[in-house]
Write a protein that binds this ligand. Structure first.
Ligand SMILES: Nc1ncnc2c1ncn2[C@@H]1O[C@H](COP(=O)(O)OP(=O)(O)OP(=O)(O)O)[C@@H](O)[C@H]1O
Ligand SMILES: [Mg+2]
Length: 470
């Protein structure tokens, strides 16, 4: 039995819902019916099998969130049906609906609404509290799930003491702790920094190997969809225009829209600097002395370090010889040693195809910066080569970058190894409204307090940044 089965689901907002459905069925265009109502989901039919990751992908406003809300019973379809493990969710009485949502479905949002005055452990145990699991047991189970998502030992902290990525992990732990078969994730990773986002994607895949949840994962990011989805449903203007594996969507796009959406996937143009960059570990802040810089060099086994200011803005690099001399001469700061000439910066959104030329002329890793010139990653030349090799074509040849920056042998990259994600999504930062009924209790909710996060980031030492995934 499918865990989720949607059949001809329409969801219209507005006074004349039924009228809108009738007209749509008769072939009217959604755009011509706006006076009558907004057709957010139009004639959606699909099923999600146990243990499957079903990704719903589409641009903003295409109806993804509305669709997921009909799955967990927050919205009743205007017409059509959604069956959860065989039972029509729209036909359930209030009690059965509540029980279904408590015992069968968990949800993870983009901005996970953690309860600020509760510890991480209590937050993770929240679903279990709703399920009326006795306190000692739920705390123990919460700890287990916190361990699972890599937050062992953080149970006694409060949400504001955590980074954005960690808070999102608490959200995931909370959803997993409820031990429901179905997990609904609405842009769950979209607000995270690219590296953390990729880590979360990898972790989800890893967890899925043992947990085998039935997951509906919403994203408007193609790379993420390709990386996570067993199957992908592409939505446009309320309609599902294609459902298929990433391979199918790439090779047999249902129409021009999908074709356009994925047209570059089989090229290096879709993978971006952000998607292959590594953590910049060989970095120091400009206010440190030469001895600290030397220590970092020894630790990282490198002959040069990138240098940033305390706001992570990239200033340049320092080399071992100069640093050793400065240390001998008893200089206090490495600032006078900073060179800018050999530092090659690329933007996180730059496609891989544009990186070969700079990479070929540089022994130092390429420095990846965001739109505010902050250092967010590095790409060693070998990593670029490796990426090209792993997404390489059937020939199995490892591509070579020659001095002109041309790529050889691996040019016809195809494959769907869109690991990770290039850029933080331009999603609306307004916190996802969590339905009160989902949270019960009268406690107020907090989003991930972006202000706090910024402060933390700018004051962070190199080590703290490392923990943060940067
Ligand atoms: N409660 C509502 N009342 C009226 N219209 C709504 C409501 N919720 C959504 N809509 C409309 O339905 C359409 C689909 O919205 P939805 O939020 O499902 O899109 P989405 O794909 O999740 O977008 P995003 O990527 O921006 O989250 C939009 O036109 C939106 O304005
Ligand atoms: Mg949405």
């Amino acid at each position: 039995m499918s865990h989720i089965e949607a059949s001809h689901v329409y969801k219209v907002f507005g006074k004349r819902e039924q009228e809108v459905v009738k007209r749509l069925e008769a072939g009217a265009d959604r755009k011509d019916l706006t006076q009558l109502g907004t057709a957010a989901v139009i004639d959606a039919s699909f099923s999600v099998e146990p243990g499957e990751i079903f990704v719903v992908m589409g641009l903003s406003g295409s109806g993804k969130s509305t669709l997921i809300r009909t799955i967990n019973g927050l919205w009743k379809p205007t017409t059509g049906s959604i069956k959860i493990m065989g039972s029509d969710i729209a036909k359930m009485d209030a009690r059965t609906l509540r029980a279904t949502r408590r015992d069968k479905i968990s949800m993870v949002f983009q901005h996970f609404a953690l309860l600020p005055h509760r510890t991480v452990r209590e937050n993770a145990a929240y679903g279990l509290e709703m399920q009326k699991v006795p306190k000692a047991e739920r705390m123990e189970r919460a700890d287990t799930w916190l361990d699972t998502v890599g937050l062992g030992g953080w149970g006694d902290k409060y949400p504001h003491q955590l980074s954005g990525g960690m808070r999102q992990r608490v959200g995931l732990a909370r959803a997993l702790a409820a031990e429901t078969d179905i997990l609904l994730m609405d842009e769950a990773f979209s607000a995270l920094d690219p590296l953390i986002r990729r880590e979360m994607q990898e972790q989800l895949i890893e967890l899925q190997e043992t947990l085998s949840k039935t997951i509906v994962f919403i994203t408007h990011d193609l790379n993420e969809a390709m990386f996570l989805g067993d199957r992908i449903a592409v939505m446009r203007d309320g309609r599902i225009v294609q459902i298929g594996t990433s391979e199918e969507i790439l090779t047999e796009p249902a129409n021009d829209y999908v074709a356009q959406f994925v047209q570059d996937v089989d090229r290096t143009r879709v993978l971006t600097a952000g998607s292959v960059m590594e953590r910049p570990n060989a970095v120091v802040q400009s206010n440190v002395g030469p001895r600290v810089a030397l220590h970092t060099m020894q630790e990282q086994k490198v002959a040069a370090l990138l240098v940033t200011d305390r706001h992570r803005k990239l200033l340049g690099l320092v080399r071992d010889r100069q640093v050793v001399r400065a240390a001998r001469e008893g200089q206090k700061s490495i600032t006078p040693l900073i060179e800018t000439k050999d530092v090659l910066r690329v933007n996180e959104n730059d496609p891989l195809s544009s990186l070969f030329a700079p990479a070929s002329s540089s022994i130092v890793p390429l420095a990846v910066t965001d739109d505010k010139e902050r250092l967010i990653g590095v790409i060693p030349r070998v990593a670029l080569l490796q990426t090209m090799a792993s997404i390489g074509p059937d020939t199995g040849e490892i591509p070579v970058i020659d001095d002109s920056g041309e790529l050889h042998a691996g040019e016809k990259v195809n494959g769907d190894h869109g690991a990770g994600q290039a850029q933080a999504s331009p999603q609306d930062l307004a916190a996802e409204a969590v339905p009160q009924e989902d949270l019960g209790a009268d406690e107020s909710l907090t989003g991930p307090a972006p202000g706090l996060e910024d402060d933390a980031a700018s004051d962070a030492t190199a080590t703290e940044r490392k923990e943060d995934g940067l």
